[in-house]
Design a protein around this ligand. Structure first.
Ligand SMILES: [Zn+2]
Length: 475
């Protein structure tokens, strides 16, 4: 009896030795192998033809040797890059995630306006998202709730028209603090949309973000861009909070070079400040917001630079007045190609879309931002290198968040052990199709996009019925 038990107990050992011998002969079989792609990893500088093996949602091996997979994809002639991370994505619906995936984006975060309450927002997306998602604790939604503003994404009355009382400021801070406690990815702020928020209110919120050691993502105050930038840089220095200035292209327009120089200089003096840009000469915001509070004093050519995306019409004083009552998004042509190029090409500027598509309308940046950088600015205009574009679209955004979002230490890099968030594209043909007249058009040229090791785009086509997207939270 005892003898036979010993014999049986040896069987698993013999079996596992046999498996090891087999594995040594032929190598393991991975879930997926992408064969012969040009792998670009801005973190290590790797730019060469490699095979990439994926197992269990992670990158298992990056090697020149042949690898075996249950699924093998021939990536010959294609770029294999870490998936793009969009730090400024207002669109957080299944509709928006589809345009993002087809544009190479594997993680989309709403960090400028942010959300409130944070936990309910994450709960609504868990287990049902095409791509990874995250949001900041939003000053704007907290202020709108406390001051009973009737607006939608942005304030349109109380929170934009009057200063908050001392009690209201306390209530706003309490909500933002709870939302940071619940994992909000930094603090979101749009001072231009809450122009009655005093410098003291803003500074005290920077101090709150500093307590959590999380950055403030800010759309600066309207008006003179130099003083607007001075305000937030000064608040960062005084409070100790890190600062990310959103869409420097549309915030600074003709003074983009000066704004970039100010940010570079602050960085040079040790202030943790970063910025981002999107590759379009027009911006978009809500017509009823504080961005247009002085519209009545404007000249006629101010209105003709505005486009109503729902109909494609250019506006007049009369149609502007009508749409401001109705509410909705309006597109404003206010920048030059030269300034946009300067922002996109600047080495420290990240790519971020500021996009939102609603029921098939919006600004083309919601669908075409990343393909446009790769097609127009890298391939056609040679304003920056392909590696730089990948660095600005994947690695820099991951680095901005990784000190307080552990998930981000696993993203933005194409190396063994990292999350298998990948964008596989044809650099010779990748192109944005979204236009100002028809924004809801998928980019072309992304052949495969994987989120946590699951295909969301395969053979250039979006896959239905998959939800591999995971939450990205602060800890
Ligand atoms: Zn903005």
């Amino acid at each position: 009896m005892r003898f036979s038990m010993n014999r049986w107990s040896r069987l698993p050992l013999i079996a596992s030795l046999f498996t090891v011998c087999l594995a040594a002969q032929s190598g393991p079989t991975y879930d997926i192998v992408l064969r012969n792609g040009r792998v670009m990893d801005p973190a290590s500088g790797l730019d060469g033809v490699r095979n990439v093996a994926i197992s269990g949602g992670r990158i298992a091996v990056v090697a020149a040797d042949a690898l075996r997979g249950r699924v093998e994809i021939d990536a010959t002639g294609l770029i294999v890059a870490p998936g793009f991370i969009d730090l400024h994505s207002h669109g957080q619906t299944p509709e928006n995630y589809r345009y993002k995936a087809m544009d190479g984006v594997t993680s989309a975060l709403e960090l400028e306006v942010g959300v409130s309450p944070v936990s309910a927002w994450y709960k609504a997306r868990e287990g049902q998202s095409l791509i990874n998602f995250g949001a900041s604790a939003g000053h704007i939604p907290a202020r709108m709730a406390v001051m009973k503003d009737s607006g939608g994404l942005l304030p349109r009355d109380a929170a934009m028209n009057r200063p908050a009382t001392a009690d209201e400021q306390k209530a706003i801070a309490t909500i933002v603090q709870r939302d940071l406690d619940e994992g909000g990815v930094g603090m979101g702020m749009g001072i231009t949309y809450t122009p009655t928020a005093t410098p003291e209110e803003i500074l005290s919120l920077f101090r709150l973000a500093a307590k959590f050691t999380r950055p403030v993502f800010v759309h600066m105050r309207g008006g003179d861009v130099v003083s607007a930038l001075q305000e937030v840089i000064s608040d960062a220095v005084v409070s100790g909070a890190s600062l990310h200035v959103v869409h420097i292209n549309s915030a600074a327009t003709s003074r983009t070079p000066l704004a970039l120089q100010m940010i570079d200089a602050a960085r040079g003096r040790g202030v943790d400040v970063t910025t981002e840009a999107y590759p379009y000469t027009a911006s978009m915001t809500e017509i009823a917001s504080a961005a247009y509070s002085n519209w009545e004093t404007r000249e006629p050519d101010f209105f003709s630079r505005l486009l109503w995306p729902a109909t494609g019409e250019r506006l007049t004083r009369e149609s502007f007045a009508q749409y401001r009552k109705q509410g909705g998004f309006v597109i404003a042509f206010g920048n030059t190609e030269e300034m946009v190029r300067a922002a996109i090409a600047h080495p420290m500027v990240m790519i971020a879309s500021d996009g939102i598509i609603e029921n098939g309308t919006g600004h083309p940046r919601g669908a075409g931002t990343y393909a446009r950088v790769l097609g127009k600015y890298v391939r056609e205009e040679r304003a920056l290198s392909l590696m730089d574009a990948v660095r600005k679209s994947a690695l820099l955004p991951a680095q901005r968040l990784e000190t307080f979002c552990p998930e981000m230490r696993q993203k933005g890099r194409l190396q063994a052990g990292m999350d298998a968030d990948l964008a596989v594209f044809d650099a010779a043909r990748v192109v944005d199709k979204a236009t100002f007249e028809n924004a809801a058009q998928y980019s072309d040229g992304f052949r495969y996009v994987l989120v946590n090791g699951t295909f969301v785009v395969r053979d250039g086509k979006l896959l239905d019925g998959v939800s591999p997207g995971q939450p990205i939270r602060a800890r």
